[in-house]
Design a protein around this ligand. Structure first.
Ligand SMILES: *Cc1c(COP(=O)(O)O)cnc(C)c1O
Length: 389
């Protein structure tokens, strides 16, 4: 499908392949394997001829999802995985080897840090953590064996924004590949590949599904870095996306732009309201003029996303009071849902890091993270106002 179509059109149409039955909606191919016309065709497929073989690495529903997400990211190829963590693991295992070095933002998803430290570390891959916003720290962290830069922007829960183009230039000079975890923005709000990144990585579990149903992940990028080597990796190592999940995620992509725009607009309104609230000390949201990387976010993203955090005056007791007074928002660490979620990072998602590291990251005891969904804004405000007042 022509890449000249607008994003909303690609989200609805790209990648669809119809069977001989001419179904209108994408078909769900729940099958683990595929049959061949002849022994010769089977041999050709096993030798690498284009066509379906086995769902661990070829399935029409999964292929449609991959094609559609590739179109949205403006990528030559996309490979889907069983979860977001599997996508990060696949990227690391395909492109790193023992003795390599990674430079990683210190504000990435907790499991990502665990993966680099406790798992990849055991195989002789070393990781240095740096500030997501200080590009000079990335330059200084580079070693002769640095092979990968990894970041997430905006960060969770502080919504710090990394300069993708600037870090892509530093990575290129260092001979390293740049991976951007694009979960918070999705291709609707940010297209890392256009800014020079080599990989746009997704936990499709979040906004791509959008309704909290299934797990999934994906990596988008050049065929030589993603399509070819990562399909080969899936074939051998196995963290494949289930066709059922791919089908749910395909449907999620059809409404992704609408949801991201609506949820971002609500988040901006909620952030402005919180910023003017007397019981709130600070609000972290890239769409606010008070955000340190507001100008960069405006340049790099089409909207500011649906995640914000704020500091309730009165520390942990006040934060917990606000959370416990909600009747609508779901108290859960998940995000990317049409249902608004609320969480206290210092005692949950970031509870296992040292108090000093937490303080350095700005994650105070009064901090609350809200991932804004599609409920009416007035109802969300009322839900927070109960505890704040
Ligand atoms: C959830 C999440 C992941 C991990 O994805 P799973 O699908 O849960 O494995 C990675 N990065 C970010 C930013 C996430 O929010």
């Amino acid at each position: 499908m022509s890449k000249d179509y607008e994003l909303s059109t690609l989200g609805v149409r790209a990648g669809q392949v119809r069977s001989q039955f001419q179904e209108h909606a994408e078909a769900l191919y729940l099958t683990s394997s595929f049959v061949f016309d002849s022994a010769a065709q089977a041999a050709a497929r096993f030798a690498g001829e284009e066509g379906m073989v086995y769902t661990r690495y070829t399935n029409p529903t999964v292929a449609m999802f991959q094609e559609r997400l590739a179109a949205l990211e403006g990528a030559e190829s996309c490979v889907a995985t069983s979860s977001g963590m599997a996508a990060i693991l696949a990227t690391a295992l395909v492109h790193l080897k023992g003795g390599d070095h990674v430079v990683c933002s210190n504000a990435v998803f907790g499991a990502t840090i665990q993966l680099f430290n406790s798992i990849l570390g055991r195989f002789g891959i070393q990781t240095t953590y740096v500030s997501p916003t200080r590009t000079d720290e990335w330059s200084r962290a580079v070693r002769p064996n640095t092979r990968l830069f990894f970041l997430e922007t905006p960060s969770n829960p502080m919504t710090e924004v990394s300069d993708i183009a600037a870090l892509a230039a530093i990575a290129k000079k260092a001979g390293a590949l740049l991976a951007v975890d694009n979960v918070f923005c999705t291709p609707v709000l940010q297209r890392p590949l256009e800014l020079g990144a080599d990989f746009a990585i997704h936990s499709a579990t979040k906004y791509i599904d959008g309704q909290g149903r299934v797990m999934g992940g994906a990596i988008a990028g050049a065929k030589s870095l993603v399509g070819d080597p990562m399909t080969a990796f899936l074939r051998t190592a196995g963290p494949a996306l289930s066709p059922f999940n791919a089908w749910v995620l395909l449907k999620g992509l059809e409404t992704l732009e609408l949801r991201m725009k609506a949820q971002s607009a609500s988040a901006l309104e909620l952030a402005r309201w919180l910023e003017s609230h007397r019981a709130v000390a600070r609000v972290h949201y890239p769409g606010l003029e008070s955000h340190p990387q507001h100008a960069l976010a405006k340049r790099q993203q089409r909207a500011s996303g649906a995640v914000l955090s704020f500091e309730a005056k009165g520390g942990r007791a006040a934060a917990w009071r606000v959370i416990d007074a909600t009747k609508l928002m779901s108290i859960t660490a998940n995000l990317g849902d049409v249902k608004t979620t609320i969480v206290h990072p210092a005692s949950t998602t970031h509870g296992r890091i040292s108090p000093e590291a937490r303080a350095a990251a700005g994650i105070t005891d009064g901090l609350i993270r809200v991932a804004v969904g599609l409920e009416a804004l007035a109802d969300l405000k009322a839900d927070l106002e109960r505890g704040l007042s």
